[in-house]
Ligand binder design. Structure first.
Ligand SMILES: *Cc1c(COP(=O)(O)O)cnc(C)c1O
Length: 465
């Protein structure tokens, strides 16, 4: 028997009409944006897969919660609702609100890292590593080797390599490691999960040496779903039960509310250690605000509390992961080269295999992202040579192994029909891939060039496709 089909676990109460430009209008918009999808105006985009950060759709309950937000400067009722939600779903004793995830990373790094320390993690994340380094720490990647291979088919490609972690402890000494930063899931590896067994093993090893384990919990619910799906013994557990167990193998976490807490802005820092909490409470007032609002409006805390409960719902997360997979599998079935296995939040097109006739200096991923917009108004982003920037010493382009276009699915925003539209466009482009021309960079900003760089087609008379 065929597997019964399922649908979105919500119905739609308010709609936001989408703007659908003509091919000519998209051509104009793309030129204005210098062929850089970061520079496109939202009004010119049909389906926006630039990021899943802060782009979630809130529920009717969350919109209702905004109205009951308590905007008291101190002791807001909404703060207590948020604290209770974190304590109930995550299980930590102490919580401090922050304006978003990096606010929590700043506090944690300042409080725990000393000059000359090492902070092991399962692949870096941009803001996380920056805060570690600003405080004198050195990030050390201890993820398993396979995580760096975009086609290694592993269930838990985000795992920490215990041997690498043990070696780091032996080499520099446990007192040089303030904590292990464990991301669940690993964004930069394509949303790949960590197994419960690995979390337990890392925690046991760290306890033995007196090292703390701090999670980057940004995508923890997606990680919990993969455990339920793939790890023995978890099939009959609820997402809430799995989350509780996951967090029991840690001493605290930083969290971006913009992802798995289903809000447009917000975050928090949580921990079990009272002494660390007291010090964090002193610091939060310097950078964020009173410990009972920490950079958020009362209404935002209210909406995030509600979002935390909704995200821990089994039906929500099952659909979220399955929707990403629904898009990915259509592409795979049509032979389109994508990174495997499909992770929790995005599909990554391999632009090197997609456009083998382009040199990396002709910006294949940038060209593909631009061509996709031109074809259908779908916005993705380049993750390749443009994002990698230049070598500081030689001034040459860094040439990353991976040359990808990321299509990130916002939570609860689009239906599977939208995924079909995206799939049709990508597949059609793949069928006429040899017609897609490359780009040249006309303007290159000195830092983080991918945001503001401008391009034009290599063949001036052509428009990419
Ligand atoms: C988004 C993100 C952050 C930073 O959170 P912000 O809310 O954007 O500051 C940290 N870690 C991971 C894995 C993320 O995806």
């Amino acid at each position: 028997m065929n597997k019964r089909r399922t649908a979105e676990p919500y119905k739609i109460k308010a709609v936001e009409p989408l703007n659908m430009l003509s091919r000519e209008e998209r051509e104009e918009a793309l030129k204005r944006a210098g062929y850089n999808t970061f520079l496109l105006d939202s009004k010119d985009v049909y389906i926006d897969l630039l990021t899943d950060s802060g782009t979630s759709a809130m529920s009717d309950q969350q919109w209702g919660a905004l109205m009951v937000g308590d905007e008291a400067y101190a002791g807001s009722k909404s703060w207590y609702r948020l604290r209770d939600a974190v304590q109930e779903i995550y299980g930590y004793k102490y919580v401090l609100p922050t304006h978003q995830g990096r606010g929590a990373e700043n506090l944690l790094s300042q409080l725990m890292i000393k000059e000359g320390d090492y902070v092991p993690g399962n692949m870096y994340f941009t803001t996380t590593r920056t805060h570690q380094e600003l405080n004198g720490g050195t990030f050390v990647d201890v993820i398993i080797d396979e995580a760096h291979d975009p086609f290694a088919e592993l269930d838990f490609k985000g795992n920490i390599d215990i041997t690498k972690l043990q070696k780091l402890i032996d080499d520099v000494g446990a007192d040089r490691l303030p904590y292990v930063c464990l991301a669940v899931t690993v964004n930069m590896a394509g949303g790949q999960p960590v197994s419960m067994a690995n979390m337990r093993e890392v925690y046991e090893l760290c306890q033995h040496y007196g090292i703390s384990v701090m999670y980057d919990a940004t995508r923890c619910v997606e990680n919990a779903y993969f455990i339920k799906e793939r790890e023995d013994g978890y099939q009959d557990k609820t997402i809430k039960e799995i989350l509780k167990e996951m967090f029991s193998y840690s001493d605290g976490c930083t969290m971006s509310g913009k992802k798995d807490a289903l809000v447009n802005i917000g975050g928090f820092l949580a921990m079990n250690d009272e002494e660390l909490y007291i010090r964090s409470r002193e610091l939060v007032v310097v950078y964020e605000g009173m410990p009972t609002y920490g950079g958020m409006a009362g209404r935002d805390m209210e909406a995030m509390a509600q979002g935390i409960y909704e995200a821990a719902d089994d039906h929500f997360i099952e659909h979220r992961i399955q929707q990403v997979r629904y898009l990915g599998e259509q592409l795979i079935n049509a032979g389109v080269p994508v990174v495997r296995p499909i992770g929790g939040h995005a599909i990554y097109l391999d632009a090197r295999q997609f456009l083998p006739h382009l040199e990396q200096e002709q910006f294949p991923a940038q060209s593909l992202a631009a061509a996709l917009y031109l074809d259908s108004g779908v916005r993705g982003m380049e993750r390749g040579i443009v994002s990698a920037g230049r070598n500081k010493e030689t001034g040459k382009h860094n040439k990353p192994k991976l040359e990808l276009v990321r299509l990130t699915i916002p939570r609860r925003v689009y239906t599977n029909n939208h995924m079909d539209v995206v799939a049709d466009s990508v597949i059609e482009l793949y069928q006429k891939r040899d017609q897609i021309t490359g780009l040249q960079m006309d303007y290159e900003p000195p830092t983080l060039r991918f945001f503001n760089a401008r391009f034009s087609p290599l063949v001036a008379s052509k428009t990419l496709i």
